[in-house]
Write a protein that binds this ligand. Structure first.
Ligand SMILES: NC(=O)c1ccc[n+]([C@@H]2O[C@H](COP(=O)([O-])OP(=O)(O)OC[C@H]3O[C@@H](n4cnc5c(N)ncnc54)[C@H](O)[C@@H]3O)[C@@H](O)[C@H]2O)c1
Length: 232
């Protein structure tokens, strides 16, 4: 798994940066991650934190991707924006991520894993809000070559962290099903909290996350049930 992170998050990013340089592409937008902040960051996480200490290979490779973006922006005047996504969810979410995985297990009446005491918090962000932020990043005016380095980093989060136990309660209310909670040890690369400070994105991108978790979960479960109906 570690090799895959390196080859996609670093090598493939550099391939794309090279192609952008060769073909003089006007804008590069990199999908980065809240995980670059690591476990020791001040919360809410702000882009001006520079002592970043990722605690998983995935997070380390995402930060490496950002650094390569900066190097290309600096060396080749490639206007670049890195967007740190905070736990994106909504219709078509990857099946290995918590909300999708938990919904599937609950619909099937199977136990769901609760890591540690369930107090870890995640800043779940609805996909439509993320898309609005990505579109704004594509359109953002950046300094042209010769001025300063054309490079910006933005958090795209919801700025309302939700505890794991709270998420499961909300999923029970949304699905109308009982969750069988199965305690498991904390996973070593998991951070205790993610929480985006979105003031820079609000100021420069006009980004305003508008979807409350209750509404986002309703839309996710409605989508899930149309694509994965239970056998009758
Ligand atoms: N989902 C999240 O909560 C989240 C949070 C932070 C950052 N991110 C970042 O956002 C990006 C997208 O994540 P996602 O969760 O939407 O994943 P996803 O698996 O839903 O989508 C990834 C897409 O990339 C395509 N892809 C994968 N490898 C490829 C390759 N070698 N060449 C071309 N296309 C390839 C896949 O076909 C897929 O369409 C990733 O860079 C991830 O690190 C996601």
């Amino acid at each position: 798994m570690r090799l895959l992170y390196e080859s996609v998050n670093i090598a493939a990013t550099v391939n794309l940066l090279e192609l952008c340089r060769e073909f003089q592409v006007k804008r590069f937008v990199f999908g980065s991650s809240s995980s670059v902040y690591g476990a020791t960051s001040r919360a809410p996480f702000s882009e001006d934190q520079i002592e970043l200490r990722p605690i998983s290979p995935y997070a380390a490779t995402k930060l490496a991707g950002e650094l390569m973006c900066y190097a290309y922006a600096h060396l080749f005047a490639l206007p670049t924006v890195c967007l740190r996504f905070f736990t994106v969810y909504g219709p078509r979410q990857r099946p290995d991520l918590a909300i999708h995985k938990f919904t599937e297990l609950m619909e099937k009446g199977q136990p769901i894993p609760i890591f540690g005491d369930g107090s870890t918090g995640r800043d779940y962000t609805y996909v439509d809000d993320i898309v609005a932020g990505v579109l704004a990043a594509i359109r953002l005016e950046l300094p042209s070559a010769g001025e300063k380095v054309s490079f910006e980093v933005f958090n795209l989060g919801n700025s309302h962290p939700v505890k794991l136990t709270e998420l499961v309660d909300l999923l029970e209310a949304t699905t109308g099903r009982h969750a069988v909670r199965q305690r498991q040890d904390m996973q070593p690369g998991d951070v205790p909290l993610t929480w985006a400070d979105v003031s820079k994105a609000e100021r420069m991108l006009g980004y305003r996350p508008a979807t409350r978790i209750e509404e986002g979960l309703k839309r996710f479960v409605a989508w899930y049930r149309t694509t994965s109906p239970l056998p009758v």
